[in-house]
Write a protein that binds this ligand. Structure first.
Ligand SMILES: Cc1cc2nc3c(=O)[nH]c(=O)nc-3n(C[C@H](O)[C@H](O)[C@H](O)COP(=O)(O)OP(=O)(O)OC[C@H]3O[C@@H](n4cnc5c(N)ncnc54)[C@H](O)[C@@H]3O)c2cc1C
Length: 396
């Protein structure tokens, strides 16, 4: 059986959004298809989307074979976490307009297109001339592509490029998780969050397939206590319209021993190594320029030739813009050899498994305020043991 859910993390994961969200308007749907031309010119990567659609009963889910000798790697990343949530706002530095777009916690792949849409709408009105994007993770790349689609000449300035970004470390589940502290979310933030999620959810759907490493995946949320129905995984979740096939499973409908409460729904799985490489290709094919360099301070930003600058520096924004609220939440994932017959994702509090083409991903850890990129070997052993007990315990 998996460990009991850590309540603090569960609340953050499944936090309650208020009724204010009910009235939040959705964004107009993007329809400019410049990227289609680029996509046709693009290179199809070696990634093969598993050709296994879900047809059987959840009772027949194949277990993951967890054993130390099946491990292929353990990776660590630092989530850019702000208790009050991500930042999308504009700030003037003399004649330079900076639009911030950072602080996505554990949801930066999920929300990248959505917060990029909010940021671009905020910044480009009336602007003429070239534009700069700081950062080349999932957020910077989505921001840069939307600017290109709007007709702007874009230069990305980044200290590190894929595959050396936090975005490359992400699991890639499309769902807001470990985003912020639910008690610190304002109504304005909740409205931004829902608008961003709706836009991103639709955007990823036109990227489905091997080129971007995006596919649908059935998810199972497992709990020992009844679900908070207005929480993210609950029946009245503000994201409920983005959770097709949602339903509660009775104990005889699933193999998860010891879990009295199980909810299923389908969501997207985005494989970051495939996705980010394809996004960078698209950016180049559309005429984008990359400059690999660190921007040490505001003065360096003001000295850039571009007078409209999007700040997508993730955790880097802490030093660059003195944002003391921004902190790292260290996360660690262990990968086992791929198991192509496994095509579902169970999530039980801190523990989750995503079946990727580059391995069976076992998560996860959440260490607030920890800057170290060294794997925590004790946590790894605990996680492997918990996952082994979970999968070995499947009801036959
Ligand atoms: C273990 C783990 C699992 C995760 N799982 C998921 C998941 O399943 N789904 C999900 O949606 N999210 C997930 N995340 C969260 C996700 O990885 C982050 O939210 C996301 O990567 C943030 O993207 P970003 O582009 O803002 O930051 P980054 O990817 O960190 O990119 C920041 C960019 O800015 C550059 N930069 C920083 N400072 C400067 C500077 N001063 N000058 C120039 N360039 C600078 C960097 O070099 C980099 O290019 C996970 C994270 C971890 C660690």
């Amino acid at each position: 059986m998996l460990q009991p859910i850590n309540r603090r993390h569960f609340l953050r994961h499944c936090g309650v959004l208020g009724a204010a969200l009910a009235g939040a308007s959705s964004l107009p749907w993007w329809s400019g298809c410049a990227s289609e031309r680029v996509r046709r010119a693009g290179v199809l990567r070696a990634y093969a989307a598993p050709d296994i659609s879900f047809t059987g009963s959840a009772r027949d889910l194949p277990p993951v074979h967890v054993a130390p000798e099946r491990e292929i790697r353990t990776v660590v990343g630092l989530r850019p976490y702000r208790p009050s949530g991500f930042v999308v706002r504009a700030e003037k530095l003399d004649d330079t307009l900076v639009v911030h777009n950072y602080g996505h916690g554990g949801s930066g792949i999920t929300l990248s297109w959505g917060t990029a849409k909010l940021a671009v709408d905020l910044g480009v009105s009336g602007h003429r001339g070239a534009v700069a994007v700081l950062g080349c993770g999932a957020v910077g790349l989505a921001n840069a592509r939307l600017l290109q689609e709007a007709g702007f000449e874009v230069t990305i300035y980044a200290k590190a490029m894929p595959p050396e970004t936090t975005s490359n470390v992400a699991g890639g589940q499309w769902f807001p998780a470990f985003l912020s502290d639910p008690t610190q979310r304002t109504d304005a933030f909740k409205a931004q969050l829902l608008a961003a999620a709706e836009y991103a959810y639709r955007r990823y759907q036109i990227m489905l397939g091997p080129r971007f490493g995006v596919r649908w995946m059935r998810n199972y949320y497992l709990n020992h206590q009844p679900f908070i129905e207005s929480g993210y995984a609950g029946a009245q979740s503000p994201f409920r319209a983005m959770m097709p096939e949602y339903r509660a499973l009775a104990p005889d409908e699933h193999p998860f021993t010891g879990y009295a409460f199980v909810r299923q729904f389908d969501t997207l799985l985005i494989e970051p190594p495939v996705y980010l490489a394809a996004m960078l290709d698209e950016f180049h094919l559309a005429g984008g320029r990359v400059v690999v360099r660190e921007l040490p301070d505001r003065a360096a930003i003001q000295a850039l030739p571009e007078k409209l600058v999007f700040n997508c520096t993730g955790l880097g924004a802490r030093a660059l813009f003195d944002d003391d609220e921004l902190m790292p939440v260290k996360g660690q994932l262990t990968f086992l050899l791929p198991q192509p017959e496994v095509q579902y994702a169970p999530i039980a509090g801190d523990l989750y498994m995503f079946p990727r083409s580059d391995g069976i991903l076992l998560g996860g850890t959440h260490e607030e305020g920890v800057w170290s990129l060294e794997p925590n070997l004790r946590r790894k052993a605990e996680l492997l043991a918990a996952h082994k007990a979970f999968f070995d315990g499947f009801r036959g």
